[in-house]
Design a protein around this ligand. Structure first.
Ligand SMILES: Cc1ncc(COP(=O)(O)OP(=O)(O)O)c(N)n1
Ligand SMILES: Cc1nc(C(=O)O)sc1CCOP(=O)(O)O
Ligand SMILES: [Mg+2]
Length: 457
């Protein structure tokens, strides 16, 4: 599904910088719509847009500027469309322009010239930016395209809450204005949020329409190695994770923080606490929520982790991991099977799998898990329905079997672990530990992190 941003109708301070950032973060199409702005002012704005992005622009006014700026998109209001002949539009189309127009009712689709590449139809929802510009479409509206070959883009009042409804109505995409520009300081974050939702909806749609997930073409997210790794500061031998180095022990961190929420702390608060303490491998583990509810939290967690140079792992939700371009995905024994998830998220994303026994471990290795979360070490309230407790003796026996079988998949211990346990767990051969309560409940999370780090070196 397409996601188009339309500019604010007036000139905004710092607008060009925001637009350049939107493009840099993956915006595929920007409609520059400034009905009352003079040509010179518009030209000044376009001059500030990085030339590499200009071909992604469509102009609503001052089409005469297109050639000078390498702009290939021309948009026609309903009035200007009605004032011109089909031949005039065909000439533009044949000259290489992408042409679009606006429709104010679904019935107009029947008469729309097929040479248009796409058309905006709206208002689909009550406008955020134009007061009194309310939707005339019924809530159960279903789009009829009347053989129009181009794309029909929902416009009017689109935000993260209703993007999915627009898709369900049959639109090929959505154009956003108010949700991006009502607070320009927040424009980038809003766009990131919508973009991850778009990607999530796209991948959910694909996987529900393609039952054979092994044959899916997978989207390989761009993996960004962390900028700073505090572990390297405390532990000189540590190699920061590098997706190109999959197969080497260094690509899986030795300390995994597992997010949680309490009466006074949200998942994001817990992640902030862990990042401030020094953790750089963060697992977002949201339980008892549907994917649509987890997605905005994951999107926030991704931004937060990026700002600390940390890696984000999403527990349980492969489509969410894919949508937010997480570094990794963690799957339990009853979650989506690892090979199916691999087909969905691509080769580069780290996939971890849970195990509780030797049988689970060998299954995880055969499935191609990049690391194994083995637990529980001891009883914990953080997780319901725990598997049998392993204790240090259980880990010792399983790690011996790993050695005998010459398996090198990194094993992470989990479940009720405190900083005092780390030395013993490392001695029996575990690669690292995963923790939630010991860090969240610590009176001094930085000190606890430091103690764990020392034991992990
Ligand atoms: C590192 C790590 N190991 C194990 C788990 C447990 O995953 P799962 O068995 O899917 O249980 P839930 O966490 O989903 O309740 C984990 N999350 N992380
Ligand atoms: C998420 C999870 N999985 C476990 C398993 O045994 O598979 S134990 C566990 C909880 C980890 O949190 P804490 O450090 O607070 O015990
Ligand atoms: Mg799970």
């Amino acid at each position: 599904m397409e996601l188009i941003v339309i500019t604010h109708p007036e000139m905004l301070p710092g607008e060009a910088a925001i637009i350049n950032q939107l493009f840099a973060r993956g915006l595929a199409r920007l409609h520059v719509r400034k009905p009352d702005v003079a040509e010179a002012e518009l030209r000044a704005l376009l001059e500030q847009i990085d030339p590499q992005f200009r071909s992604r622009i469509a102009l609503h006014q001052h089409h005469e500027l297109a050639g000078a700026f390498g702009i290939t998109g021309l948009h026609f209001t309903e009035m200007s469309r009605l004032a011109q002949s089909r031949e005039a539009f065909e000439v533009l189309k044949n000259s290489g322009f992408k042409i679009s127009t606006s429709l104010h009712g679904p019935a107009e689709l029947e008469r729309l010239f097929h040479c248009f590449d796409y058309a905006f139809l709206g208002p689909v929802f009550d406008s955020i930016s134009k007061e009194g510009y309310s939707s005339k479409l019924p809530a159960d509206f279903k789009l009829q395209k009347h053989n129009f070959p181009g794309k029909i883009i929902a416009l009017g009042g689109i935000d993260a809450e209703n993007l999915k409804s627009a898709l369900e109505m049959g639109f090929d995409g959505a154009a956003v204005l108010g949700s991006i520009w009502q607070n320009p300081d927040n424009a980038i974050a809003q766009f990131e949020n919508l973009k991850s939702l778009q990607s999530f909806l796209k991948s959910s749609q694909q996987s529900s329409s393609q039952q054979s997930s092994f044959q899916q073409s997978s989207c390989i997210p761009g993996l960004k190695p962390g900028a700073i790794d505090s572990i390297a500061v405390h532990c000189p031998g540590f190699q920061p994770g590098d997706p190109e180095k999959k197969g080497e022990a260094g690509f899986v961190d030795k300390l995994h923080f597992i997010s949680n929420e309490t009466g006074t702390m949200s998942h994001i608060d817990s992640i902030q606490l862990a990042l401030e303490a020094g953790c750089r491998w963060i697992q977002l583990r949201v339980k008892n929520r549907i994917a649509e509810e987890v997605l905005p939290v994951a999107s926030k967690a991704k931004q937060l982790c990026d700002s600390y140079g940390a890696r984000l792992i999403i527990n349980d939700f492969p489509h969410v991991a894919q949508a937010v371009e997480a570094y990794g995905l963690h799957l339990g024994l009853t979650d989506m099977p690892v090979p199916e998830a691999r087909a969905l998220v691509g080769e580069k994303m780290i996939i971890g799998g849970t195990a509780n026994s030797w049988e689970d471990i060998t299954r995880r290795i055969e499935e191609g898990a990049d690391y194994i979360g083995l637990g529980p070490f001891r009883f914990t309230n953080t997780k319901q329905n725990l598997s049998p407790i392993l204790g240090i003796d259980g880990y010792c026996a399983l790690m011996r079997q790993m050695q005998e079988a010459s398996h090198s998949t990194p094993i992470i211990a989990i479940g009720g672990i405190t900083s005092d346990d780390v030395n013993g767990l490392r001695k029996v051969g575990l690669h690292g530990v995963a923790m939630s309560g010991a860090l969240i409940g610590s009176a001094d999370p930085q000190k606890t992190f430091y103690q764990i780090q020392q034991a992990l070196c």
